[in-house]
Design a protein around this ligand. Structure first.
Ligand code: PSV
Ligand code: MN
Ligand code: MN
Length: 382
């Protein structure tokens, strides 16, 4: 398949929480025209797909996107030309979870947390979603606060119960995060921990790599290559970081890192529906729909460059031990201006070659500002 066809088939999922008001723990900045409910979030996400052509699904976050009738919400998404993507669970915003959720020392709290995860699988059934995304804020702040090993046992027990509830064609992705909100020890702090749990459970459990969840200097593309090799890379939460879990627009801080990741994804056979490309971002100071459009374009550009990599020339240089030659082949791909190619790809898809400009000219923003008063908070403070 040629590069244009592969780019045309790319699928980048946007998160419902990107469309609501968000901020840091210091301040949530309200913006004009933001959605007041999950239905309006889906309508905004549909705009991102309408102008890029490659963002056909939207991740939900439960209970931020709680509705009475999920089948109805899924039908509403379809009416707008999109579908429901991953269901993100939330076992971090309840007072009961102060000392943990599925790892909590109290069995009753663990039961409540696991029941929420099972409820998310029910929502998958109702919406047609095939992916459950699990991120646990669980951890401890002080040495001795709880038993590290016992917490792993409790985590494993809950994951097993959820795993066993998954239907055919359903999977869960286990997310890791170096630290925060726990500071001394986090229960799923790294890819190795996530991988070990998933390996024990079976093929429906895979690891999701959130690009913002690593220590500075971590070689994320190595993690990607390793997990792909083991068949355990389920997807990405893309975003950019300068310091920690900044949740800035993907490709903004380090587009070269994004390119290197895409090189490994493509080289490792991960470019296809089995590895989900999801955005996990908040737009605190920039407008939200254009922020998502820009992010989708950034992922497309990194992908296009990685697809253009002359892998044959690279392999030859590598096998000859030609250090500078191999590096030059990689840099040639990275330094290619792929914007004209993506513009003509969009035209061939019946889209405007300039999604940012086309959205700005569409009048959608003016319309939502007039129609919507009192937009809802994304639910996530950072
Ligand atoms: C918290 O760090 C987080 O950003 C995780 O990455 C989750 O994927 C996301 O929130 C939504 O729960
Ligand atoms: Mn994430
Ligand atoms: Mn995060």
């Amino acid at each position: 398949m040629d590069t244009a066809s592969r780019l045309r088939e790319q699928h980048i999922e946007t998160p419902s929480w990107a469309y609501g008001n968000s901020g840091t723990r210091f301040k949530v900045f309200a913006q004009q025209g933001v959605p007041r409910d999950p239905y309006e979030k889906l309508a905004d996400a549909a705009q991102v797909h309408a102008f890029t052509g490659v963002a056909p699904t939207v991740a939900l976050h439960i209970p931020w996107d709680k509705v009475d009738d999920y089948a109805h919400l899924a039908a509403h998404a379809r009416d707008h030309g999109v579908a429901i993507g991953a269901i993100n669970s939330n076992v971090f915003q309840d007072d009961d979870y102060k000392l943990g959720s599925v790892t909590h020392p109290d069995k009753a709290v663990r039961r409540k947390a696991t029941d929420h995860l099972l409820e998310c699988v029910e929502i998958m059934d109702a919406t047609g979603s095939d992916t459950l995304k699990l991120w646990f804020s669980d951890g401890i702040n002080y040495p001795g606060q709880d038993d590290l090993r016992a917490r792993q046992d409790r985590l494993a027990e809950s994951l097993k119960e959820v795993y066993d509830r998954l239907g055919d064609g359903q999977r869960f992705l286990l997310e890791y995060k170096l630290f925060e909100p726990a500071f001394y020890a986090t229960d799923v702090p790294d890819w190795g921990t996530a991988y070990a749990h998933c390996l024990k459970l079976g093929p429906k459990a895979q690891v999701v790599v959130d690009t913002g969840h690593h220590a500075p200097g971590t070689n994320i593309e190595f993690i990607v290559a390793f997990l792909l090799r083991e068949g355990k890379l389920g997807g990405f939460d893309f975003n950019s970081r300068f310091y920690a879990d900044d949740d800035l627009m993907v490709g903004a801080a380090d587009p070269f890192q994004l390119f290197r990741i895409m090189v490994e994804v493509i080289g490792g056979g991960g470019y296809g529906p089995h590895v989900a490309f999801m955005l996990d971002q908040c737009h605190n100071i920039e407008p939200k729909i254009p922020g998502q459009i820009r992010s989708v374009m950034n992922v497309q550009e990194a992908t296009a460059k990685a697809l253009l990599l002359d892998r044959h020339a690279l392999a030859t240089a590598q096998s000859e031990g030609d250090v500078l030659g191999a590096n030059a082949v990689l840099m040639d791909a990275y330094n290619t201006d792929v914007r004209p190619m993506l513009a003509s790809l969009r035209e061939s898809m019946g889209l405007d070659p300039d999604p940012m400009g086309a959205y700005a000219r569409s009048g959608y923003f003016e319309k939502i500002c007039a129609d919507r008063v009192g937009g809802a908070q994304a639910g996530w403070g950072a």
